[in-house]
Ligand binder design. Structure first.
Ligand code: SAH
Ligand code: SF4
Ligand code: F3S
Length: 439
């Protein structure tokens, strides 16, 4: 009797990784594999990994360590994603029970790599040294969310910020044709998805290989696909943020009122050392465009605290920028030294305790900013896409176009289904969420 082919897949890291996993799952199913919910039940265990900061990377090796006893039961292990590309064959030395190591730029070869694995081969690699021009597209994507669909429009990164692993782990920057993106958007809308999220490490660095559409034009075209009610895009890089993106949001109602625009630091000196290639003034000019839009566009950002050489004075400049922009959401990270990156050799003299304190000061200040921002919504009527319901407590949760979480009570006989859209009156606010009443 032939044994059934089963797999377990766990994903770490960003939305690009989450979406890659959907494509990997589709590829595995196509090869006759069935997905299971526990490592114990799987013949093949895959980890799709992240190495953006040291903690993310450590998680993968901890997980492999936890489960290596399963290897003795005849299970096979595969490491995919950014740690796979970064560490390459070294993973076989550190975890000899791993049989397959592949970075995201080699997923097109997955069917072939899986066949070799099934034939009993070990130490199979799919590694790419920033050579590939190909993107990973498949019609078998196993989308995990029934109403929100991801579409990767650009892969890789050519920006080489001095602290960042992505250009090394994800390969060189390459965009899909706008025709293929639109074909996928139409197909997804036909299947009933109403929210589309366009993805890219720098989504707005998109360059149509066919030369038909700019990023803003593609955004608008996706927003005009019949059936699509919400379009989001992430992450935007300030250097490629053009004014026509704001104009597109202003003129196409389905484009959401939200831009995520990572600044990293408010100090010109630190930004230069990070190789971000913009100044705080340049960044703030883009913020002014967004704020002068006809629609109320919410702005969020990423910040790195404690970059090598950062002084208290630099940190104050970041705090000043925070106060000036008044973000609705900030992801702040303590700087983490990463392999292969130029910042690795920069002298990092700030004690960890001080970095931790700066981070805390920043987050507390940001909480106050958000408390004020969110309370301004009281009295508004917003459209909410329902994400979850707790029928026992009569509570529904969802998100506004601005991506703010909205929670509200429901007393009707049938709770609104996830993926449905409702109008909600905002009656209360916290620093990270709104409280409402369905109208
Ligand atoms: N391409 C996006 C960011 C992608 S990585 C951009 O350039 O804006 C997501 C976030 O992780 C970054 O914005 C940055 O804030 C953080 N990050 C990246 N490398 C890091 C490192 N070495 N240490 C700490 N945070 C890091
Ligand atoms: Fe990393 Fe910079 Fe590329 Fe963003 S733009 S992925 S931070 S190298
Ligand atoms: Fe992590 Fe790779 Fe994404 S390093 S954040 S999974 S691009």
């Amino acid at each position: 009797m032939a044994t059934e082919k089963t797999f377990y897949l766990e994903t770490f890291g960003c939305q690009m990784n989450a979406h890659d996993s959907e494509k990997v799952i589709g590829t595995l199913r196509r090869q006759g594999y069935r997905q299971v919910e526990a490592e114990e039940d799987a013949g093949l265990i895959l980890y799709n990994t992240c190495s953006i900061r040291d903690k993310a990377e450590q998680k993968v090796f901890n997980r492999l360590n936890d489960y290596k006893k399963l290897y003795k039961l005849g299970k096979r292990f595969a490491v995919l994603g950014c740690v796979a590309q970064q560490e390459g064959e070294k993973i076989f030395d550190r975890a000899p029970y791993v049989s397959l190591v592949s970075g995201s730029a080699s997923y097109r070869k997955l069917p072939e790599m899986l066949s070799r694995l099934e034939a009993g081969e070990s130490r199979i690699t799919g590694l790419d040294d920033r050579q590939t021009d190909e993107t990973f597209e498949t019609e078998f994507t196993a989308r995990q969310n029934p109403y929100r669909a991801y579409i990767t429009i650009i892969e890789g990164c050519d920006k080489f910020c001095s602290y960042c692993v992505v250009p090394y782990t994800r390969g060189k920057e390459r965009s899909r044709t706008s025709s293929s993106v639109l074909t996928e958007a139409w197909r997804i809308a036909d299947l009933g998805y109403t929210e589309i999220q366009l993805l890219g490490q720098n989504v707005n660095s998109y360059r149509d290989p066919e030369g038909k559409r700019s990023f803003a034009e593609l955004l608008a075209a996706v927003g005009e696909v019949p059936g699509v009610r919400r379009v989001r895009f992430t992450t935007s890089h300030p250097r490629d943020f053009t004014r026509d993106i704001v104009e597109a949001i202003d003129s196409v109602p389905t484009l959401c009122d939200h831009v995520h625009l990572p600044v990293q630091s408010g100090s010109a000196r630190i930004l230069a050392s990070m190789a971000r290639e913009y100044t705080p003034e340049w960044y703030l000019e883009r913020i002014a465009w967004i704020k002068s839009a006809k629609r109320p566009i919410s702005i969020s950002t990423d910040i790195i605290v404690g970059f090598p050489g950062e002084t208290a004075d630099d940190f104050i400049k970041t705090m000043d920028l925070l106060a000036e922009v008044e973000y609705d959401c900030v992801f702040a990270f303590r700087y983490s030294a990463r392999p292969n990156t130029p910042a690795l050799v920069m002298i990092d003299s700030i004690p960890d305790a001080e970095k931790a304190q700066w981070l805390q000061v920043l987050l507390e200040r940001q909480r106050e900013i958000q408390r004020i921002n969110y309370s301004k919504h009281i009295g508004d009527i917003v459209e909410v896409m329902v994400e979850g319901a707790n029928p026992a407590r009569g509570q529904i949760s969802g998100r506004s176009s601005q991506n703010k979480p909205v929670n509200f009570e429901w007393s009707g006989p049938i709770a609104p289904a996830p993926g449905s859209y409702l109008r909600v009156k905002i009656i209360g606010a916290f620093p990270n969420s709104l409280v409402g009443q369905a109208v």
